[in-house]
Design a protein around this ligand. Structure first.
Ligand SMILES: *[C@@H]1O[C@H](CO)[C@@H](O)[C@H](O)[C@H]1NC(C)=O
Ligand SMILES: *[C@@H]1O[C@H](CO)[C@@H](O)[C@H](O)[C@H]1NC(C)=O
Length: 471
C-alpha cells in the first residue's frame, strides 16, 4: 500500500517539528487579584503601595480608581490603551472603608521552575487550554521551543541557569514575537526587558527548530538539579514506583522505552497514539508524555560510554498505575504488529505493578559490548606480540593511539598513580568517586589499575619474565 515513498518523505519532513509552545503562567498584572497581598484588586477607597525597592513591570488593562498610590523607585506601569488611574476624593461607596494594599513581590519566580509553565502543541491549543503532560525537564522551555508570555500581560522571571545563555527558538512578549537574536537582545536591554527578565543568564532566541524527524533532545538536563530544586514530590503508593528520565519524582504508571530506526517520525507516532488510544473513554484520566531522551550508556555498569537516543513514553494515571499498564500493553501490542512499518525496532515496558517486559535485556547488550571490547584488545595484543617478535612487519602508521597504549612503558609499573597513561575518564576526576568500590581500586591487583585521574591496563604479556608467550 505504501508505494509512494517520495510523497511520504515529504509529509514526514513537513511534519518534522518536534517542539512545543511553552507559556509562562504567572503575571504581574494589576487586575490579577493573586498579585495583591489582600487577595483583591484595589478599588477607589484603597491606598495602593508598590514596595519602593522592588523592581516590577506592571500591566494595567483598564481604568482604576484609587485613594493614593506609592510607586516603586525603579519600575514601570504598562498601560493598555484606555487604561489609567484616577483619584477619588473621599470614600468610594462601592469599595467600602478602604484598606492599604500592597503589590506582591515576584522576584523569586524562576525560569527553571516546571510548575510555572504550561505546554501545548499549537498556539490554539494554548488558548483553549489543551495542555500537554511532560517530564519536569521538558515542562520548562526546551532549546527548540517557542516561549509565550501572554499578550496583555507583564511578568518578572529570574533567569538563573547553569549556563550563561538559555537558548530557545522564539519568545513572545506583550503580543510581539521575537525570533531574531539581535532584536531580542535589544529588547532585553530595554527598560521593560530589564524589569521582566532578571538574573545573570540571558534568554537567547533564534535557535533553529528541531530538524530531526525522530525528535530532538530537550537540552535541559544540564539544569536538572535547578529544575528539581523547585519541585516537591508527592508520596506514591504503588508496588514499584518508577523514575522517568528527566523527571524529578517517582511516579506510579508505566514507561515504554522505544528504540527506533531511520523511518521513525516522532510527531506522527505521537499523533497515532493520540488517535488510537488516548481518545478512548477508558483512558480519559491518563497523562502521556513522549519525547526523545539521551540515555547514558555504561560499560560494566560503571564506566560511562556515551549516550544513546531513545524515545521515552511516560504514562501516569495518578493512581496505582494499573490503568497506565493497560494502555502500555495496548501500545506494546500495536508495536508488535506495526512496529516495523513505524520504524520501531524495540519497545521495552516497565510498570509500577511490577510487570516488566524486556525483549532483549540490557545486560545482554552490555555483555556483548564488553565481549567485543575484550576481543579487540586481545587482537591488538596478539598483533603487538607478533610485531615485537618480528613475525609481522608493521607498515609505517602515523597515528595509531591504541598501539602506543600497549607499548611497554617504564612508568606503567608504578601502580600508585604517578603515571597517567591510557584514556582519561572524566568520571574519575572526582576524588574518591570510586574509592568505595571494593576490588576495583586495589593497587595490588595485577590486571587493571584505576587511579584518580586515569585507567590503565598492565598486561602480563609484557612482563619480562613471561616473554615466552607464544601464539
Ligand atoms: C493570576 O495569576 C495566577 C498566578 O500567578 C495565575 O495562575 C492566573 O492564571 C492569573 N489570572 C489570570 C486571569 O490571568
Ligand atoms: C501483568 O501482566 C499480565 C500479563 O501481561 C497480566 O495478566 C497481569 O494482570 C499484569 N499484572 C498486573 C498487576 O497488572
Amino acid at each position: 500500500m505504501l508505494n509512494t515513498p517520495h510523497a511520504l518523505l515529504l509529509v514526514c519532513l513537513v511534519g518534522a517539528t518536534d517542539a512545543f509552545y511553552k507559556q509562562w503562567i504567572p503575571d504581574t498584572n494589576y487586575e490579577n487579584k493573586t498579585n495583591w497581598d489582600k487577595g483583591d484588586v484595589p478599588c477607589g477607597s484603597d491606598r495602593v503601595q508598590f514596595s519602593a525597592q522592588r523592581k516590577v513591570s506592571v500591566f494595567v488593562e483598564t481604568t482604576h480608581a484609587v485613594q493614593e498610590m506609592q510607586l516603586p523607585v525603579d519600575g514601570e506601569l504598562i498601560l493598555n490603551s484606555g487604561a489609567g488611574f484616577y483619584v477619588v476624593s473621599g470614600q468610594d461607596p462601592s469599595c467600602g472603608a478602604g484598606v492599604r494594599t500592597k503589590f506582591k513581590d515576584s522576584d523569586s519566580l524562576q525560569w527553571f521552575d516546571p510548575a510555572l509553565w504550561q505546554a501545548a502543541a499549537t498556539l490554539n491549543d494554548l488558548q483553549q487550554g489543551n495542555f500537554l503532560f511532560s517530564v519536569h525537564e521538558e515542562s520548562v522551555p526546551c532549546q527548540h521551543d517557542d516561549v509565550v508570555f501572554k499578550a496583555l500581560s507583564s511578568f518578572r522571571v529570574d533567569t538563573h541557569s547553569s549556563q550563561s545563555t538559555i537558548p530557545v527558538k522564539s519568545v513572545s512578549v506583550l503580543g510581539e514575537t521575537f525570533d531574531s537574536r539581535s532584536e531580542f537582545s535589544q529588547y532585553l536591554s530595554s527598560r521593560s526587558g530589564q524589569l521582566q527578565f532578571h538574573g545573570p543568564s540571558a534568554v537567547t532566541v533564534g535557535n533553529p527548530s528541531c530538524g530531526d524527524p525522530t525528535g530532538c533532545d530537550c537540552g535541559n538536563s544540564v539544569n536538572h538539579q535547578r529544575i528539581c530544586g523547585s519541585v516537591t514530590c508527592a508520596s506514591v503508593s504503588c508496588k514499584v514506583p518508577l523514575l522517568p528520565m528527566g523527571h524529578c519524582c517517582h511516579v506510579c504508571g508505566a514507561i515504554i522505552t522505544i528504540s527506533y530506526a531511520g523511518g521513525f517520525n516522532l510527531q506522527n507516532y505521537r499523533g497515532r497514539i493520540q488517535s488510537l488510544f488516548l481518545t478512548q473513554p477508558q483512558y480519559e484520566s491518563i497523562q502521556l508524555g513522549m519525547s526523545k531522551v539521551l540515555k547514558p550508556q555504561r560499560v560494566l555498569g560503571v564506566i560511562p560510554f556515551g549516550t544513546s537516543p531513545e524515545i521515552q513514553v511516560v504514562i501516569v494515571d495518578g493512581e496505582t498505575g494499573d490503568l497506565s499498564e493497560a494502555l502500555a500493553q495496548d501500545i506494546i501490542k500495536d508495536v508488535q504488529s506495526h512496529g516495523s512499518k513505524l520504524g520501531i525496532t524495540k519497545a521495552e515496558l516497565q510498570a509500577s505493578t511490577g510487570n516488566t517486559s524486556t525483549p532483549q535485556s540490557n545486560a545482554g547488550m552490555v555483555v556483548g559490548v564488553v565481549f567485543a571490547v575484550l576481543l579487540m584488545i586481545a587482537l591488538v595484543v596478539i598483533l603487538a606480540v607478533l610485531i615485537r617478535k618480528g613475525m609481522v612487519q608493521m607498515p609505517p602508521m602515523p597515528s595509531m593511539p591504541s598501539l602506543s597504549f600497549f607499548r611497554r612503558n617504564p612508568n606503567v609499573g608504578d601502580h600508585n598513580g604517578a603515571a597517567h597513561r591510557g584514556f582519561d575518564n572524566p568520571m574519575f576526576d572526582q576524588p574518591d568517586a570510586l574509592s568505595d568500590i571494593p576490588g576495583l581500586y586495589e593497587s595490588d591487583s595485577n590486571t587493571i589499575a584505576l587511579t584518580r585521574t586515569g585507567v590503565y591496563f598492565i598486561n602480563p604479556v609484557y612482563d619480562e619474565n613471561e616473554s615466552n608467550f607464544s601464539v
